[in-house]
Design a protein. Structure first.
Length: 275
């Protein structure tokens, strides 16, 4: 069975494989289109298995919210090189996965991998793209949150993404964006001091005590010094107590309350590929 250039182009559009790979697959399948598709997909699985032990430390971290702004998610698709991470097709593929996850309000990474994208599971599609691109691809991270209002932010370069939930609907878009960018810039560990795990607080107290002890401070003063250090830790490391980056005279909590009385952040997530 013969095939035409139009058949090669059609196969390329269907699979994303290169023109030569499509031509070879059609030749091998004797012009049978479905057979050629199967050959390309099987080759993708083979390449993926050969590259399973490779390190996929580059990629993109993307964030997005639903149309009604009540659901948001972060998805991370990894690859081996920054060259591929900047490829428009690779980014578009990651965006398709994130859009699908938000559309289905997926709760976990495993759930996202099992969603059906264009007739096959996301996990299968990632494997096939590994064969087409020639690098190990891995959907490595997914998180979601729901709130009255959710905002998302992607730092230029697609290496850092944040999402944040606020307790009120129809929040001013600039205020919401400022919160998401604050999280990106200052990397808080929790919303407020009440949200900091007790184990983390205790560790900070121990660190402060040991530092004061090494500095020669009297034993009787160590607890008071450590408590002061913990207060500073909360101010630097919890979102609402942090100094607002766009106005060094107020905290993030103050900024939100000034924007709308009672407005606050309920939860957030931040992912950086450079962490």
């Amino acid at each position: 069975m013969s095939f035409t250039t139009a058949d090669v182009v059609k196969l390329r559009k269907s699979t994303g494989a290169g023109m030569m790979d499509c031509k070879n697959a059609l030749t091998e399948s004797d012009g049978d289109f479905d057979g050629a598709v199967k050959i390309i997909r099987e080759r993708g699985k083979l390449v993926a298995s050969k590259r399973a032990d490779r390190e996929a430390s580059e990629g993109v971290a993307l964030a997005k919210v639903s149309a009604d702004k009540s659901f948001g998610a972060i998805a991370v698709l990894n690859c081996e090189t920054d060259f591929v991470a900047k490829n428009e097709g690779f980014i578009a593929f990651a965006e398709k996965i994130l859009d699908l996850a938000i559309q289905n309000k997926a709760n976990s990474l495993e759930e996202v991998k099992n969603l059906v994208l264009e007739g096959r599971t996301v996990e299968t599609q990632v494997t096939e793209q590994t064969g087409i691109i020639g690098e190990k691809l891995e959907l490595s991270y997914y998180s979601k949150l729901e709130a009255a209002s959710v905002v998302a932010y992607i730092h230029p370069g697609n290496k850092l993404a944040t999402i944040a939930g606020l307790n009120k609907e129809n929040v001013n878009s600039q205020v919401a964006k400022d919160v998401a960018m604050q999280i990106a810039a200052m990397s808080p560990i929790a919303v407020d001091k009440e949200s900091v795990p007790q184990s983390v607080a205790e560790k900070e107290l121990e660190i402060a005590k040991e530092k004061a002890r090494l500095d020669g401070k009297p034993e009787a003063m160590l607890d008071r010094i450590a408590q002061g250090a913990l207060v500073k830790f909360y101010k630097e490391s919890t979102l609402l107590e942090q100094t607002f980056v766009k106005d060094g005279k107020i905290s993030v909590a103050d900024y939100l309350n000034q924007a709308e009385k009672g407005l606050t952040v309920t939860q957030f997530d931040r992912y950086s590929l450079n962490a």
